[in-house]
Ligand binder design. Structure first.
Ligand code: X90
Length: 278
């Protein structure tokens, strides 16, 4: 029996997954005083409040090659998914890990998927990988199928502040400036290159959520899955769920909490929505 494992970096907000062997590899969120490891022991709430009051420099770091290899364990087939290579070194580290692991373990195979996204869109990829594994599909077929599947998924986000994204060079300071001023909520999507693409500046959360629903329609949501991740904003996640259900009757929605990495960048009140396109 070949041992099969799914490994994702912690930006997926997935810590465990039932029915398959699964590991999360943590990113780190670092201030000049503290280091937060994005694993199951992290209190994201405490971290978000800490950074809300913190005025100094902060940064994040992705898992290194050794950490990826360690997470592979002794699996014969490994399916990895990483945060977008457009914003992080996680994909490159996982690819380096794949090369070493495969060359040191004859016959073992590692597939690394660059999600070109993060959070709930990665969760959808993990769910699909698990489905294929449970079906008993061969390694190569799973790789091809998952690549095709992710062409039909998307990510929309709503941000009330883009301070941490701008301070860490993940968006331009000019673009980030509007978020939060006069109640402006930025609504955008993960671009095809795996970067942030701003689409609307909405005044107020209500307006922003309505805009997200119409964007979901124009981007291709019809009857598929929706996965919402929120940073300390369950009220918005629930409201959005209602709005989505009114427009798309057959969708299957789940709400999850952002873990550390997504909480740090999405900031208080932010939400991310992963969805399947028809
Ligand atoms: O390697 C590292 O240090 C991690 C850097 C991650 C930078 C961006 C994370 C964004 C998280 C923000 C909204 C969604 C953006 C989607 C873009 C593809 C969440």
């Amino acid at each position: 029996m070949r041992k099969i494992k799914i490994v994702a970096d912690s930006s997926s907000d997935v810590l465990e997954f039932s029915g398959v062997d699964f590991a999360s590899v943590p990113l780190k969120i670092i201030s000049s005083e503290r280091e937060f490891v994005d694993d199951e022991s992290l209190s994201t709430e405490e971290m978000v409040h800490y950074f809300d009051n913190y005025k100094g420099r902060s940064k994040t770091s992705c898992p290194n090659t050794a950490e990826w290899i360690e997470a592979f364990g002794d699996a014969d087939e490994v399916f990895c998914v990483t945060i977008t290579s457009g914003l992080s070194g996680s994909y490159n580290a996982a690819m380096a890990a794949k090369k070493i692991y495969e060359s040191e373990n004859e016959g073992k195979q590692v597939f690394v998927l660059d999600s070109l996204s993060t959070g709930p869109e990665m969760r959808l990829a993990i769910e699909k990988m698990a489905e294929y594994i449970k079906m008993g599909l061969p390694f190569d077929i799973i790789c091809d199928s998952i690549k095709k599947y992710t062409k039909k998924t998307g990510l929309i986000f709503m941000l009330k502040s883009m301070k941490n994204l701008a301070n860490n060079g993940r968006v331009s300071p000019v673009a980030a400036k509007v978020a939060g001023i006069f109640g402006i909520h930025v609504v955008g999507k993960a671009s095809d290159e795996g970067t942030l693409e701003q689409m609307h500046k909405c005044v107020g959360e209500k307006r922003a959520l309505a805009t997200i629903v119409s964007d979901l329609a124009s981007l291709g949501l019809r009857t598929g899955k929706v996965r919402i991740a929120h940073c300390l904003n369950e009220a918005a996640a629930l409201h959005l769920t209602e709005l989505i259900k009114q427009k798309f009757e057959k969708v299957q929605i789940e709400i999850h909490k952002c873990r550390g990495l997504c909480s740090f960048y999405a900031e208080m009140g932010g939400i991310l929505i992963g969805f399947e396109k028809a």
